[in-house]
Ligand binder design. Structure first.
Ligand code: XMP
Length: 601
């Protein structure tokens, strides 16, 4: 994906989540970094300045374990192998890797040889984060060990002549105290200029848009979210106002007053050719009776494309048009955008109809290499107002994916063993639990899951640590579950029933109110990165619906932590929601991502 002429450090993705962190850290150190699949890695790429081989869940002894198609000795630039990458490189160059015995998970003390350029400037003892079963036993001839732990004699190595380095620990995670220094040292070994910054990035993106959009009328679907807004700002910078047609579709799935506010903000920004399409009825009929989450996502995405096609048709343009989308890097990955990543969910800008337009060369995605915080930084450079850039992210399919639907038939029950396991774990903690008869999407072992949540209750507001530990343990130990929610005000499973539910105006009106009050109540809680509010197809005896709050902290949406809300603020929020008619039991999602995704569908 990288731009010709820009020196690039390739992060080869051997699986798992950490490849992203590596790419991000390297970019933050001033060098462009791109994630590549092992099969797609090109050692002859003229812009290649260095290679990082990521960690991954496989063992080098597994049949089919990921590997480069070339020997590490034949790559013309420096290589840094991390964990699995370290083991793979040592073995591929003639060393030996052993299994078991020396497993290490978590923090370790590492003794380093600071004469190695990789550890230059570091003290002899370093605190690092390890997570491995295998380890390098013997090195290829001419290579030397440059760090050790009490149980791993080759915790790092180097081949100074060819500039090959390996580390068993993970320099990219924050728990490795001087991890950034190790990566920085590696970049120095690569001799790559530190010229990558927001300004360079902006210049490249602007030039790319000018090139790709030449002679085209650009259609932008602006939801009012951060990504589509920054894509619009970038296009205006690149080609001026003339060729841009901004289209805001009021899907009826929006937050309270969202369309009105977005239109006002865009007019304020001086967007010349702005059209607002009122399409509430079309989206509602596309969603009528649809229950399956992926089906809903497809129905919403399809309706967007139909509206776009009509607008293009009316404009009388032949082939001279393109659709600009604000797709960002995580959207691409989670929609199954790389061979190694499974499809977790179909983002609205990756439905079949859009894929067909992409194949036809009709789609520009200027932000598709960027993470959310980079998009926000770019938006600031473009002079877009902070109140729009700093809003919580909001998904394109909007409230449509926050209303869980049901035909009213319970999902298949969990096996007896799972139920017993849940009761035991929760009982030991002095709490109670039940399994909710609905399912939500999760991401476990890098794959998509669609499983039940458990609800736990019996602990007081504010006692977060034991609750979050219990939630993690429950999901790790009970295979049929991928989420744990907590009922801060208690829960009576006997009084809750599954109700038929679809995305209709009644559900939307209720969720809009709940979302509005909840969002208002947490507006000043800065650590919250996003707080989806979800309506479940469950009701209490009085017919009031079960609502889930999902406040998370995150940096890039690839992983997320539960936000432990201060007790007084949670009590205030609960009281405010309780005052709304139609709101039944309120649940607080206590699951990290992974194993659960941020949204429920
Ligand atoms: P998940 O639920 O996958 O969400 O952990 C990660 C982030 O992506 C947002 N999201 C979407 N954004 N179109 C979007 O533009 C979509 O279809 C979509 N689905 C999820 C989600 O809100 C979170 O910030």
């Amino acid at each position: 994906m990288h731009e010709p002429g820009i020196p690039t450090v390739a992060v080869v993705d051997f699986g798992g989540q950490y490849a992203h962190l590596l790419a991000r850290r390297i970019r933050a150190l001033g060098v462009f970094s791109d994630i590549v699949e092992p099969e797609a890695f090109d050692p002859q790429d003229p812009d290649l300045a260095g290679v990082v081989l990521s960690g991954g869940p496989a063992s080098v002894h597994d049949p089919g374990a990921p590997q480069l198609q070339v020997s590490p000795l034949d790559v013309p630039v420096p290589i840094l192998g991390i964990c699995y990458g370290h083991q793979w490189m040592a073995r591929a160059a003639g060393g030996r890797v052993g299994s078991g015995a020396a497993r290490e998970y978590g923090l370790s003390r590492l003794r380093v040889d600071a004469s190695s350029p990789l550890f230059s400037g570091l003290d002899p003892v370093q605190v690092v984060w390890m997570s491995h079963g295998d380890h390098v036993e013997t090195l290829p001839s001419g290579w030397r060990a440059t760090a050790s732990t009490p149980s791993v004699p080759v915790a790092a190595f180097e081949d100074p002549t060819r500039r090959r380095f390996g580390v068993q620990f993970h320099p990219e995670v924050v728990h490795t105290v001087h991890g950034d220094r190790v990566l920085d040292n590696f970049l120095s070994v690569c001799g790559v200029p530190r010229t990558w910054d927001a300004g360079t990035q902006e210049r490249i993106l602007v030039e790319r848009i000018r090139r790709e959009a030449e002679g085209c009328r650009l259609f932008l679907l602006v939801s009012g979210g951060v990504d589509s807004l920054v894509a619009l700002g970038l296009c205006r910078e690149a080609v001026g106002e003339g060729p841009i047609h901004a289209l805001h579709v009021d899907t009826g799935l929006m937050r309270r007053h969202e369309s009105r506010d977005v239109e006002a903000a865009l007019r304020e920004l001086g967007v010349a050719d702005l059209e607002v399409a009122h399409a509430q009825d079309r989206f509602l009929s596309a969603l009528a009776g649809v229950v399956d989450p992926e089906e809903k996502r497809r129905a919403i995405g399809r309706t967007f494309v139909e509206i776009l096609r009509e607008k293009v048709g009316k404009s009388g343009l032949g082939e001279e048009w393109a659709l600009v989308q604000g797709t960002i890097y995580p959207d691409r990955i989670e929609s199954g955008g790389s061979t190694r990543a499974e499809r977790i969910k179909t983002h609205h800008n990756r439905v079949d109809e859009i894929e067909a337009l992409i194949r036809a060369g009709r789609v520009l995605e200027p932000l598709s290499d960027l993470y959310k915080h980079e998009v926000r930084a770019l938006g600031r450079r473009l002079g877009l107002p902070g109140f729009l850039l700093d809003r919580h992210p909001f998904p394109g399919p909007a409230l449509g994916v926050r209303i869980l639907c049901s035909h009213g038939r319970p999902v298949p029950p969990l096996p007896e063993d799972d139920l017993r396991g849940l009761a035991d774990l929760v009982g030991q903690a002095g709490l109670e639990a039940a399994v909710l008869p609905v399912r939500s999407v999760g991401v476990q072992g890098d794959g998509r899951t669609y499983r039940n949540p458990a609800v736990v209750w019996g602990t007081s507001v504010g006692d977060w640590e034991p609750l979050l530990l219990l939630a993690a343990e429950v999901v790790n130990r009970i295979p049929g579950l991928n989420r744990v929610v907590w009922a801060p005000e208690g829960f009576e499973p006997g009084s809750i029933r599954l109700v038929p539910a679809t995305v209709d105006s009644e559900a939307l009106d209720l969720l809009r109110e709940v979302d509005h009050v909840a969002t208002r109540e947490v507006a000043d809680l800065d650590p919250i990165w996003q707080m989806p509010v979800v309506l479940l197809p469950l009701a209490d005896a009085a017919g009031r619906r079960v609502v889930v709050l999902r406040p998370v902290t995150s940096r890039d949406a690839m992983t997320a932590d539960v936000y432990p809300m201060p007790a007084d603020r949670l009590s205030r929020l609960l009281a405010a929601l309780r005052a709304l008619p139609g709101v039944g039991p309120i649940l607080y999602d206590c699951t990290t991502k992974p194993p659960a995704t941020i949204e429920w569908e």
